[in-house]
Design a protein around this ligand. Structure first.
Ligand code: FE2
Length: 431
C-alpha cells in the first residue's frame, strides 16, 4: 500500500492491471478492449473472469428482425410540407424495451424511436450500429451494464455507447422512453466558447457506474445484437457481466434533466439552439426546462422556418404554454424542414395582451435531425389528422384577420414607437 491515495489519469474501478495490455495480472483475467475510431479513439478496457468469446456456436444465429422488433426498422417516407402531432404509443401487447421499439424519424446518421416496455428482457443487448441516448419520460429501473449498474428514474437521460452489453431491469408500473440512436459518433456535450463548460450543465452532472456487480454464474446467457436491420443472437455458458474491473473513458452514464440550468435572457429571446445539451452527427438534442419568462424580450417562440433540420419535440411534463394546449405529456411534434411554425394563436394572443407568465413550468426534449430526414410508417400511424388545424385561430379570430386599415395602423404605431427604449437599460444619462 502506498502512503497516500491517488487518482489515476483515466477512470478505473475494481481489479485492473498496472496498465492496459501489461503486467502479470494479464495471465489471470481476460482483457477486452472497447475501442472507437479503429482503436485510435475513445477506449475502455474491461477485465473478465472468462473469455468474452466463449459463445456456444451451435446456438448462435441470425434472427428474423421483423419478428424480433417489428416496428424498429419501420419503412421511412419523405416528410415535408405538413406538420405532425404524434399521439402516445399504446402497445397492442406487452413487449420489452427493444422488442417494442418503434422508429419515428431518421436521417443518415441519427434516429428517434419510442418504446413503452411492459415485459422483462430475458436477454442482454448490444447495439452494434449506434450509441443510444434514452430519455426516461416515465418509469424507473436499473440499467445493468458490463461496467456496473445504473439506477434510473423519470427525467433521466441514459447514454449507452455503441457495443456495450446491457440489459434493462424495469421497475413495476408504466414505462415510456424516447430513444435516440447516433450512428456516426457519440453525443458530445454542447457548450459555446463564450459561455463555457458550466452552461447549460456541467460534466460533473454525468453519473458513471462505480459499483461493479460481478456475476460468476454458469448457465445459458443470451445476447441479442443489432447491426443496422440485422439482428443476431449468441449464447454464452457464463454470465457476460463477469467483469472484475474496468478502466477507460468509453462508458455508459446517466444525466438528470433537472440538472439542466438553462440560459435565460431578460432583454432578448434565447433561440432554441441556446438550449442544446448534446450534439450528435446530424442531430442536436435540446432541453426546454422550467425557466423564467423573458421580461422585455419576446417570451413566445418567434415564427420560424428551420431550413436545415426537421424538428421533433417530446412533451415531458408541464403545460406547454406556447403550443396553446394542443399537446399533452408524452406526445411528440414533428415539424419538417422549411415549413413555418411558431406560437399557437392562444399563446400569441397572451403576448399581445401582455399576459406574461413569470415562469414556464414545462420540460420538453427537442431533437432536430439534419435534412434529409424521413418519417416512418409507424409514426404516421400515431399522427393526429387535425394538427394543421391547430393554427386555425389565425384565420378565425378577428384580431388576426384582414383589415383594410391595418397598414396605416402599423405605420402609426411605428412612428409612435420609433424612440421606444427598453425599460431595463443602463442609466438614463441622455435624458
Ligand atoms: Fe420549431
Amino acid at each position: 500500500m502506498e502512503k497516500f491515495e491517488y487518482f489515476s489519469g483515466i477512470p478505473e474501478v475494481g481489479i485492473v492491471p498496472r496498465a492496459p495490455h501489461a503486467a502479470p495480472l494479464m495471465r489471470h483475467v481476460y482483457e477486452q478492449e472497447h475501442g472507437r475510431g479503429g482503436f485510435a479513439g475513445k477506449v475502455s478496457h474491461t477485465y473478465h473472469l472468462y473469455p468474452p468469446t466463449n459463445w456456444l456456436p451451435e446456438e448462435s444465429r441470425l434472427l428474423d428482425g421483423a419478428g424480433f422488433a417489428p416496428h424498429w426498422d419501420s419503412p421511412l417516407r419523405p416528410v415535408g410540407g405538413v406538420h405532425h402531432a404524434l399521439g402516445v404509443l399504446e402497445p397492442e401487447a406487452p413487449r420489452d424495451v427493444y422488442r417494442g421499439m418503434g422508429r419515428l424519424i431518421a436521417n443518415a446518421t441519427a434516429a428517434m424511436s419510442v418504446t413503452a416496455p411492459g415485459a422483462p428482457m430475458d436477454y442482454l443487448f448490444e447495439h452494434h450500429s449506434a450509441t443510444l441516448v434514452f430519455f426516461v419520460h416515465e418509469g424507473s429501473g436499473t440499467l445493468e451494464t458490463t461496467f456496473g449498474p445504473i439506477a434510473y428514474r423519470k427525467g433521466d437521460f441514459l447514454i449507452i455507447p455503441k457495443g456495450i452489453t446491457h440489459r434493462f431491469e424495469c421497475d413495476q408500473g408504466p414505462q415510456y422512453y424516447w430513444v435516440y440512436e447516433s450512428f456516426a459518433g457519440d453525443p458530445e456535450k454542447a457548450e459555446a466558447a463564450t459561455t463555457g463548460q458550466f452552461l447549460t450543465h456541467s460534466r460533473s452532472d454525468y453519473k458513471f457506474p462505480r459499483s461493479l456487480d460481478t456475476r460468476n454464474e454458469a448457465g445459458r446467457f443470451e445476447i441479442v445484437s443489432k447491426t443496422d436491420g440485422t439482428y443476431a443472437r449468441r449464447v454464452h455458458p457464463t454470465h457476460p457481466f463477469d467483469a472484475v474491473g474496468w478502466r477507460g473513458t468509453y462508458l455508459p452514464y446517466k444525466f438528470a434533466v433537472e440538472d439542466v440550468r438553462p440560459l435565460v435572457a431578460d432583454r432578448s429571446h434565447v433561440p432554441p439552439s441556446g438550449h442544446t445539451v448534446f450534439i450528435l452527427p446530424g442531430c442536436y438534442i435540446c432541453v426546454f426546462t422550467v425557466r423564467s419568462a423573458e421580461k422585455e424580450g419576446l417570451w413566445v417562440p418567434f415564427f420560424h422556418n428551420n431550413l436545415d433540420y426537421c424538428e421533433t419535440l417530446g412533451y415531458h411534463v408541464g403545460r406547454f404554454f406556447s403550443r396553446g394546449g394542443v399537446f399533452s405529456e408524452g406526445m411528440v411534434s414533428v415539424h419538417p424542414v422549411g415549413l413555418p411554425h411558431g406560437p399557437h394563436p392562444k399563446a400569441l394572443a397572451a403576448l399581445l395582451d401582455d399576459k406574461r407568465p413569470q415562469v414556464f413550468e414545462e420540460v420538453g426534449i427537442m431533437a432536430d435531425f439534419a435534412n434529409p430526414a424521413k418519417i416512418s410508417d409507424f409514426a404516421l400511424g400515431l399522427s393526429r389528422p387535425d394538427y394543421m388545424a391547430s393554427w386555425s385561430g389565425y384565420t378565425t379570430e378577428p384580431r388576426f384577420l384582414h383589415d383594410p386599415g391595418r397598414l396605416a395602423k402599423v405605420r402609426s404605431e411605428a412612428d409612435r414607437l420609433a424612440d421606444a427604449r427598453d425599460r431595463l437599460r443602463p442609466g438614463a444619462s441622455e435624458e
